[in-house]
Write a protein that binds this ligand. Structure first.
Ligand SMILES: [Zn+2]
Ligand SMILES: [Zn+2]
Length: 344
């Protein structure tokens, strides 16, 4: 089978032809992948930006951690009635052995392994995953939208961390898929949402098609000029990964407002802390959602398939994945979905 792999520490990814995986071991299932999303993490790994050095021990490793598919084979201890079940997969596997795992504190596991990062992922026709990481899909939820589950759990966690409520005005920085998903879920909470990007017309246009009005591209203006007329904000959620934008937008946050960071930043940010103190503001980080929130996100996707599908800008066969990486890198893509089932 064809697989898109990271084979060495350094820039680049590589197509390789692999044997089909062995039958799954105990506790695992073999998934026939239908759809797999390309995400910012995959771009970072492809470009080999700092922070992924730990992957080296897993190479060569198949990328892809946002997937939908069906169970094709089960491990020897699992019931064969699972075969055929349509699922999406939580990519983060806890170790089950560290002090946190033994204390039932999954969130603090120190031995996590990511599917598509630390072990083979979904940019291939078949992938073996722990059955415990599978979430069953409703029959009505299409596989393309189901592949959005993992990034949407990140968005749901951000909106929860930011404590978004009805009637608030929220600034979302960065209209990539995470920013888009945050905008969708904040609007769902009843908030008035403003999204700002730079040279981001295709991605802002995707939001326009699903009814967002307060969309700003700072290409022809300054961030300050663009945002000031809509300020102050009850909450700001940063999903661009540009450190300077934190301090640049803090002046537009209300007193006691929450500033939530979701972007992965290549450098530390400089922040005017005295101003933060006097304004009684909080800065919070938000990352992975707990497993128990996944089924709520699946239900949301099931109920809003058409809207969510509008955020999928590119659908490509696995063999064209590098075109998808390029579109995501150039920010012409909202979400790139690889349609994998049926590939040789
Ligand atoms: Zn991702
Ligand atoms: Zn652990």
């Amino acid at each position: 089978m064809l697989a898109l792999q990271k084979t060495r520490p350094g820039a680049g990814v590589e197509f390789r032809v692999l044997d089909e995986p062995a039958p799954p071991p105990a506790g695992e299932v073999l998934i026939r992948v239908h759809c797999a999303g390309i995400c910012g993490t995959d771009l970072h790994i492809a470009e080999w930006t700092p922070g992924y050095e730990a992957m080296e021990s897993a190479m060569p490793v198949t990328l892809g951690h946002e997937l939908s598919g069906h169970i094709e084979k089960v491990g020897p201890d699992l019931d064969e009635s699972l075969i055929g079940t349509r699922v999406t997969v939580r990519p983060s596997i806890t170790c089950g052995q560290c002090a946190a795992c033994l204390a039932d504190d999954d969130d603090n596991c120190t031995g996590r392994k990511g599917i598509g990062i630390g072990r083979n992922g979904a940019f291939a026709a078949l992938v073996s995953v722990p059955h415990a990481n599978c979430h069953k899909l409703p029959d009505s939820l299409a596989m393309d939208v189901a592949a959005l589950t993992e990034p949407m759990t990140v968005c749901a966690e951000a909106v929860a961390t930011a404590e978004i409520r009805a009637c608030q005005t929220v600034l979302v920085i960065g209209p990539g898929f995470i920013g888009q998903g945050i905008a969708v879920l904040a609007r769902e909470k009843g908030a008035r949402v403003v999204v700002v990007g730079r040279d981001d017309e295709p991605r802002l246009a995707a939001l326009r098609t699903i009814g967002f009005e307060h969309l700003i591209d700072t290409r022809d203006t300054t961030l300050e000029q663009a945002v000031a007329p809509l300020a102050p904000f009850d909450a700001i959620i940063e999903a661009a990964g540009v450190p300077a934008l934190v301090n640049a937008t803090l002046p537009f946050l209300k007193k006691r407002g929450l500033f939530t960071i979701v972007g992965i930043h290549p450098r530390p940010a400089e922040i005017d802390l005295t101003r933060l103190v006097r304004m009684h503001q909080q800065i919070r980080g938000s990352y992975r959602a707990p497993a128990e929130n996944w089924d709520d996100v699946i239900a949301f996707l099931d109920a809003h398939q058409e809207m969510m599908r509008a955020l999928i800008s590119h659908r490509l066969p696995l063999g064209d994945a590098l075109l998808g990486f390029k579109a995501a890198h150039d920010r012409t893509a909202s979400k790139v979905i690889l349609q994998i089932e049926g590939q040789p």
